[in-house]
Design a protein around this ligand. Structure first.
Ligand SMILES: Cc1cc2nc3c(=O)[nH]c(=O)nc-3n(C[C@H](O)[C@H](O)[C@H](O)COP(=O)(O)OP(=O)(O)OC[C@H]3O[C@@H](n4cnc5c(N)ncnc54)[C@H](O)[C@@H]3O)c2cc1C
Length: 818
C-alpha cells in the first residue's frame, strides 16, 4: 500500500462542516464528490492508512449487470468516473475496460439475462447476448460445454482498488478536503446541534457526520447511538502463476463469470485470479472487528473453497494446471440483502452512513459516493436510492444471529438466478401475526416484508405450498387467479397486519401533518384521505392514508416496507416544541382486510352498528363493535372493490378471524394473498410506492393530482409542484394493456414507440379478471394518448401494448363506492 501524501497528515484535525469516518473507497469517493459539489469544508478521519480496511485486498471487478435501473445507473456512473479520473487527478487509476462475459447454462438464466439486457438498454450500458461460439472467441480459455449462451458487457472491467482510492483522495485534497491518517474516532456525541467526535488526536466538531467505516460501521454507529445491520463475512480468491496460454494472447481476457458454477475469473498479469462464492461461507468477528485489523488478511482456508475451485478448473482447464501464487482471504461488511447502506440514519440528526458494500464496494464506490454526496448537499440523491436507503431495514434487523444468517444466504446466492418475485429463506420467521400458523395450515405460502411473514398465495387442490419461480409464470399463477376471481365476485380476507401504523396526536398534530401532506387533511372526525408527502423538489417521499380520529388525533397507515422510512420522515419534521406526539403502533395493531362485493354483508353479520352505504360511506373510518370488542374499521380498498380494513388489538386477531370465517362461509369467503392483491391493484392501476411512486416522480406526473391540493396553503414540495404545473408535464403515469403469452411484465421492461424507447415498466403483471397483461409506465405525454400502440419488451420479445384510457377494471370506479 502506498502512503498518500497529505499536508494534513500530521496536523490535529480541525472542525469541519462534514466529517467522514473511514478512508476506504467509500469515504474517499464521498470526499471527492462532496468537494466536487462545492462543499470543501470536509475532513476525513482514517484510523490507519487509506485503503487499509477491506479496500486494499479487493479483486477490483467492476460489472454493471444488476437487476435494477437506478443501481445500474449508479454503476455506470462509477465506471464513467474510473475511466476519466486519471486524467482529472493525474493519479494512476488502472482501470481495465476489458469487458465481461457471464455464462448461462439454463433457460431460466437466459431469461434473466434478457430481462437485464432490457434494463441495460434503458441505462445505455451495452450488452449483447451471445452464443457458445462467441463465448469461446471472447474467452478462449473456456470449455463451453453445456453453455447455452452468455451476456457480454464490453464496458465492464476491473480496477486497481488502491490506485482508485488514492486518486479519489487526490481529487478531494485538490479541492481543499482534509485527510487525517492514523486518527481513529473513539467516541461520537451530539451536543448543542452539532456532533463532537473524539479521536486519538483531539476532538473535532461537525455539522454532519458520515459513517463510512466499512466492516467497523456497526461499531461507529453505536458510538452515535444507532444500530446498523452490518456483519463481516470472509471471501477468498486465488491468483495463479503466469500461464503460457495467457502469455500467447494478444489482448486482455474479459472477466468471466460462471454464474451456475458460482465463481469469477479475471486475468491478473499473465495469470488468473479466481474467486468463488462458495456454499456455507464464514462470518467473522461477529462481536466486533479488532482495532488493529489494518492491512491484514485472514488465514487462507482452501478446504472452504476447493469445491468451487474444482468446478472452475473444469470450466477453465488452464486453471487446473496452474500453480497457485497467492491466496487472499479478506473480510468485508455485509448487510441482510447484500446492498450497501446509504442516507440519513433513522433516529439521529445529520448523521449519514455509506457502508456495508458486501463484496461490491469497489464497483459501487464511485457512484455511491456521488449519490451519497448529493443526498447530503441537496437533501436527496439525484435518482431515488431506495434500494440502498438505510431506512429499508427496521429493528428486526438488529440481532447478530439474524444478520449472520442473512449475510450467509446472500453470499451463497450471489450468482443464483434472481427471480422477480423471489423470497429468501434465511433468518425467518421474525415477525408473525397470530394467524401465521392457521394460514400456514390452510396452505399459505409466505413472503416477508419488513420482517413480517405475509401470505402470498394459498396452495389448494393438493398443490404443494411452495414457490417454484420463473421469469415466466410461477406455479402460483392459477391459484392466484382463483383468489382474484373470488374477491371480485364474492369476498376475500387478507391478513395485512404488516401495514405500518402511526398515531399522530397533540395540539400541533394538524398543522404538522398539513405541512407535510400534499392533500388537505380530513376536516371531520371519521374521514380518511389518501395523500403523498413530498420532498422539497416535489418527489414522492411517502404515500399514506391519514384518518382523522379526533380534533388533534390522526392515524397514518402506510406500506410495511416503508415503516422505518416513513416514521423517520415524520420524526425528522416533527416540531421540537413537544406539540406533536408520534407513536409507532405497528406491532400492537393487527389488520384484517375484507374485500369484495359481499364484504358489507359479512361485516354487517358481525357488527352491531349499521354499516350500510349511507351509514358508512367510502373513505370513512369508524369504530364498530364486533364480537371480539371494538375495532377501527377503515372503508378503503386497494383492490378496487367494496372493502374494509379492520384494525384491532393484535391479541384479538385469532378470535376475530374465526368469527369472520364462520360468518363468511355462506358468502363464499376465501383467504387471499399478496400476489392476488398485486394483480387486483394493477387492474385498477393503483400505484405502489417503491415501484410506481418514488422521489423520482411527483404526484402530478403520477397522475394523482386529485390527491393534491395546491390551493390549501404551504406544504413541503408545493413550490416545486406549482412550478411543474405551470411549466406543463413532460411525462405522465400511464396504464398499458399488454398482449402477453406465458410471460408477463414484472417491471423495468423497455417500452417503445416503433424503435424509440419512450419509457419503462414501473410495475406489471397479469390481470386475472381482465385477462391481459398490465404495465404501468411514465410516458411522454404525446405517447400517453389512449389507443396509442406501443411495445413492451418481455424477455427479449417485443409484445404489443396499447395505452388505456384509465384502469382496465372498473374505470368508472363504481365498485369501491357501492
Ligand atoms: C477478498 C475480497 C475481494 C473483493 N473483491 C471485490 C471486487 O472484485 N469488486 C468489488 O467491487 N468489491 C470487492 N470487494 C469488496 C470491497 O473490497 C469492499 O466492499 C470495499 O473495499 C469497502 O470499502 P469501504 O470504504 O466501505 O470499507 P473499507 O475499505 O474497509 O474502509 C473503511 C475504513 O474505515 C476505517 N475505520 C474503521 N473504524 C474507524 C474509526 N473508528 N475511525 C476512523 N476510521 C475508521 C478503517 O480503517 C477503514 O480504512 C472484495 C472484498 C474482499 C474481502
Amino acid at each position: 500500500m502506498a502512503a498518500l501524501e497529505t499536508d494534513t497528515e500530521n496536523a490535529a484535525p480541525a472542525d469541519a462542516k462534514v466529517v467522514i469516518v473511514g478512508g476506504g473507497v467509500a469515504g474517499c469517493s464521498l470526499a471527492y464528490h462532496l468537494t466536487r459539489l462545492g462543499w470543501t469544508d470536509v475532513a476525513l478521519l482514517e484510523a490507519d492508512q487509506l485503503t487499509s480496511g477491506s479496500t486494499w485486498h479487493a479483486a477490483g471487478l467492476c460489472t454493471q449487470f444488476v437487476p435494477s435501473l437506478n443501481l445500474m445507473q449508479l454503476l455506470r456512473a462509477s465506471l464513467d468516473l474510473y475511466r476519466s479520473l486519471e486524467d482529472e487527478t493525474g493519479q494512476r487509476v488502472d482501470f481495465h475496460e476489458c469487458g465481461s462475459v457471464r455464462l448461462a447454462a439454463t433457460h431460466d438464466r437466459m431469461d434473466e439475462f434478457f430481462h437485464r439486457r432490457g434494463i441495460a438498454e434503458l441505462v445505455g450500458v451495452p450488452v449483447e447476448i451471445v452464443g457458445p461460439e462467441r463465448v469461446q472467441e471472447l474467452f478462449p480459455l473456456v470449455d463451453a460445454t453445456g453453455i447455452l449462451g452468455a451476456a457480454h458487457l464490453p464496458t465492464d472491467g476491473h480496477v486497481d482498488p488502491t490506485s482508485l482510492t488514492h486518486a479519489l483522495a487526490a481529487g478531494a485534497l485538490a479541492r481543499s478536503a482534509r485527510i487525517h491518517l492514523s486518527t481513529p474516532v473513539t467516541a461520537i456525541e451530539r451536543d448543542g446541534g452539532t456532533w463532537t467526535l473524539q479521536t486519538s488526536r483531539g476532538s473535532v466538531r461537525a455539522e454532519i457526520v458520515v459513517n463510512a467505516a466499512g466492516q467497523w460501521a456497526r461499531r461507529v454507529g453505536r458510538m452515535a447511538g444507532a444500530e446498523l445491520p452490518i456483519v463481516p463475512l470472509q471471501h477468498h480468491y486465488v491468483v495463479t502463476e503466469p500461464l503460457a496460454e495467457i502469455e500467447a494472447l494478444e489482448r486482455e481476457l474479459p472477466v468471466l463469470r460462471d454464474a451456475d458454477g458460482s465463481f469469477y475469473v479475471r486475468q491478473e498479469g499473465n495469470g488468473l485470479l479466481v474467486g468463488p462464492f462458495e456454499p456455507d461461507p464464514k462470518p467473522w468477528a461477529l462481536d466486533g472487528v479488532p482495532d488493529d485489523f489494518h492491512g491484514r488478511l485472514l488465514p487462507a482456508d482452501l478446504d472452504q473453497i476447493e469445491g468451487v475451485l474444482a468446478t472452475a478448473a473444469e470450466r477453465v482447464p488452464a486453471f487446473a494446471g496452474a500453480g497457485i501464487k497467492t491466496v487472499v482471504n479478506g473480510p468485508d461488511g455485509y448487510t441482510p440483502d447484500g446492498r450497501c447502506l446509504m442516507g440519513p440514519v433513522p433516529g439521529l440528526r445529520s448523521f449519514h452512513v455509506l457502508a456495508g458494500f458486501s463484496i461490491f464496494g469497489i464497483v459501487y464506490g464511485g457512484g455511491a459516493g456521488r449519490y451519497a454526496a448529493e443526498w447530503i448537499v441537496d437533501g436527496q440523491p439525484g435518482d431515488t436510492m431506495w434500494e440502498l436507503d438505510v431506512r429499508r431495514f427496521g429493528e428486526y434487523a438488529r440481532p447478530t444471529r439474524y444478520l449472520a444468517d442473512r449475510a450467509r444466504e446472500v453470499y451463497e446466492r450471489e450468482y443464483a438466478i434472481h427471480y422477480p418475485e423471489e423470497e429468501l429463506a434465511a433468518g425467518r420467521p421474525v415477525k408473525t401475526s397470530p394467524l401465521y400458523d392457521t394460514l400456514r395450515a390452510d396452505g399459505a405460502v409466505f413472503g416477508v416484508r419488513s420482517g413480517w411473514e405475509r401470505p402470498l398465495w394459498f396452495a389448494r387442490n393438493g398443490e404443494e405450498p411452495r414457490d417454484l419461480y420463473s421469469f415466466r409464470r410461477g406455479n402460483w399463477h392459477e391459484a392466484v387467479g382463483e383468489e382474484c376471481r373470488a374477491v371480485r365476485s364474492a369476498v376475500g380476507i387478507l391478513d395485512q397486519t404488516s401495514f405500518a401504523k402511526f398515531e399522530v396526536s397533540g395540539p400541533g398534530a394538524e398543522a404538522f401533518l398539513e405541512r407535510l401532506c400534499a392533500n388537505a387533511l380530513p376536516e371531520e372526525t371519521g374521514q380518511i384521505v389518501l395523500t403523498q408527502m413530498c420532498t422539497p423538489l416535489g418527489g414522492i417521499e411517502c404515500d399514506v392514508t391519514v384518518s382523522r380520529l379526533g380534533d388533534d388525533r390522526f392515524y397514518v397507515v402506510s406500506a410495511a416496507a416503508t415503516e422505518t422510512h416513513d416514521y423517520a420522515w415524520l420524526e425528522r419534521h416533527r416540531p421540537e416544541d413537544g406539540s406533536v406526539r408520534l407513536a409507532n403502533v405497528t406491532a400492537r395493531s393487527g389488520v384484517l382486510t375484507l374485500a369484495g362485493p359481499r364484504s358489507r354483508d359479512l361485516l354487517q353479520a358481525l357488527a352491531r352498528e349499521d354499516v350500510s352505504r349511507e351509514a358508512f360511506p367510502f373513505f370513512r373510518c369508524r369504530e364498530l363493535e364486533l364480537p371480539v370488542g371494538p375495532v377501527l374499521a377503515l372503508r378503503v380498498s386497494y383492490v378496487g372493490e367494496l372493502g374494509y380494513e379492520l384494525h384491532h388489538p393484535l391479541e384479538w386477531q385469532r378470535a376475530l378471524y374465526e368469527h369472520l370465517r364462520e360468518a363468511g362461509r355462506p358468502l363464499g369467503l376465501v383467504d387471499f394473498g399478496y400476489r392476488a392483491l398485486e394483480s387486483l391493484r394493477l387492474e385498477k392501476a393503483y400505484r405502489l410506492w417503491g415501484a410506481d411512486l418514488s422521489q423520482d416522480w411527483t404526484p402530478l406526473e403520477a397522475a394523482m393530482e386529485r390527491f393534491v391540493r395546491l390551493d390549501k396553503g404551504p406544504f413541503v414540495g408545493r413550490d416545486a409542484l406549482l412550478r411543474q404545473r405551470d411549466a406543463g408535464l413532460e411525462r405522465t403515469l400511464t396504464c398499458l394493456s399488454v398482449d402477453v403469452d406465458g410471460a408477463d411484465p414484472h417491471g423495468l421492461e423497455p417500452v417503445r414507440s416503433g424503435e424509440r424507447i419512450v419509457g419503462y415498466v414501473t410495475s406489471g403483471g397479469f390481470g386475472h379478471t381482465v385477462g391481459t397483461g398490465i404495465a404501468l409506465s411514465y410516458l411522454p405525454v404525446g405517447d400517453a394518448v389512449p389507443g396509442t400502440e406501443l411495445t413492451v419488451e418481455i424477455l427479449g420479445e417485443r409484445r404489443s401494448a396499447v395505452v388505456a384510457a384509465g384502469p382496465l377494471y372498473d374505470p368508472g370506479n363504481e365498485r369501491p363506492v357501492a
